[in-house]
Design a protein. Structure first.
Ligand SMILES: Cc1cc2nc3c(=O)[nH]c(=O)nc-3n(C[C@H](O)[C@H](O)[C@H](O)COP(=O)(O)O)c2cc1C
Length: 211
């Protein structure tokens, strides 16, 4: 269940704490739904197209302390862009909670296990879409697209195997900015920037910023 759904009926907004946690993943866990929640947050994925910004909406497939997962078609423009330059930004607007999470990071392959799990959690419609969503299909007249869609569904009534072009990316963040809106006062952000800690691991610098 999403945090928003869990609080349905309650008037309280989930506010950023006055004393921010040192670990940004604590806030991610409070803000984002479980991976099993069928209602997936959407996010804007920004990539670089030969140095020129490009962007589109994708679903957040899941997250862990290693990063944020998204899935797409290996033949897509974004996949070619990420192969050339893995630098990305993500923007999640969680409107029901007056939250925005902005992430800067690098995209790496999610791995076969994460890809399989994400495909299994997609709806039958989205599983089928992963098979048929090609530029060639998009050129067909509407009646042909509908009959090809119905025919494919009927031929796979027992379910869909993962589409061969299904691939996933894990966005490993180096900056996270948690924006909190509040009609009773000014919006504000907590910004986390990754740094190497004294033991050679990762730590986070937290800064309070204007919204
Ligand atoms: C609400 C919404 C969710 C979407 N989710 C995805 C997604 O999870 N993965 C994906 O590849 N495309 C998704 N799309 C389609 C993309 O926005 C985009 O049109 C498509 O991936 C092609 O992008 P590209 O040409 O930049 O690679 C979604 C679109 C909308 C409107």
């Amino acid at each position: 269940m999403s945090p928003a759904a869990a609080r349905a009926g309650a008037t309280a907004v989930l506010h950023l704490p006055d004393e921010p946690p040192t670990d940004p993943w604590e806030l991610v866990a409070a803000w984002l739904p479980d991976d099993e929640d069928p209602v997936r947050p959407t996010m804007t994925l920004a990539t670089l197209d030969g140095g020129v910004p490009d962007a589109r909406t994708v679903l957040l497939s899941g997250w862990s302390r290693d990063g944020f997962l998204l899935h797409t078609d290996a033949r897509s423009r974004k996949a070619a862009q990420l192969a050339a330059d893995p630098a990305v930004a993500l923007v999640m607007h969680l409107a029901a909670d007056a939250h925005q999470l902005v992430v800067q990071g690098r995209a790496e392959p999610a791995g076969a296990e994460a890809d399989r799990a994400a495909y299994a959690r997609r709806s039958p419609y989205l599983q089928q879409l992963a098979w048929q969503n090609t530029d060639e299909f998009a050129t067909l007249p509407l009646d042909d697209r509908r009959s090809a869609w119905a025919g494919f569904a009927a031929a796979h009534a027992d379910g869909f195997a993962p589409a061969p072009s299904w691939i996933g990316y894990r966005v490993v963040p180096h900056r996270l900015a948690f924006w909190q809106g509040d009609p009773a006062t000014a919006s504000r952000r907590l910004e986390y920037a990754r740094h190497a800690d004294t033991r050679g691991g990762d730590g986070w610098t937290v800064t309070r910023r204007a919204g």
